[in-house]
Design a protein around this ligand. Sequence first.
Ligand code: SF4
Length: 217
Amino acid sequence: MKNEELISSGYDISPEIQGAVSITSIDRIYNWSRRSSLWPMMFGLACCAIEMICTAASRFDFSRFGMEVMRASPRQADFMIVSGTVTKKMIPQIVRLYNQMAEPRYVVAMGACASGGGPFKEGYNVVSGVDKFIPVDVYIPGCPPTPQSLMNGLIALQKKIDHQTLKNASWYTKEPGQPIPVPVLGPDLMDPRRYEEIKERSRQQLSEVSQPGDIKA
Ligand code: SF4
């Protein structure tokens, strides 16, 4: 980081020691160190993953963001790039991996499929966006997004991290964070967070069926 970016405003530093002394805040140092050392998890879902792999290779190179090595274990990763179509069969694994990642963790939805279902939105087997299940920090449009788009998304994520503060960071609250309930894949995908709603709807349908002779609209 350049010294001018590091120094907090409102402090006068005499000219003799400028460049040798910096006065800054914990937040700025903390955010700078996190934004410069995100560790991405190594996984890809579909065609967008090819562009992600390309971004990691020499021509574009993740290393400039401090992301040299993609981690093979969620416990060593704090950054998930959802690169590709999120199917109903895959989402339980994605949520489980997200829960196992280290806090503070970040998610980028790369491409139309990860952001909202993309060309398969109406498909019987596709989730209409990974944000239905896990929180997303940055959305990258495109089908597929180019490596330049992905890098633009990474810069957007860095800017977002720059504005976080320890005062209200969710990972420093007194209570430990709760894992996201893992969806269950049966005949269709079920979100445990919606069990009450599903039960209520089932009760309503049963009560309608139990009144034969009624003409339904
Ligand atoms: S957004 Fe396009 S390129 Fe990316 S996974 Fe979907 S169909 Fe493939």
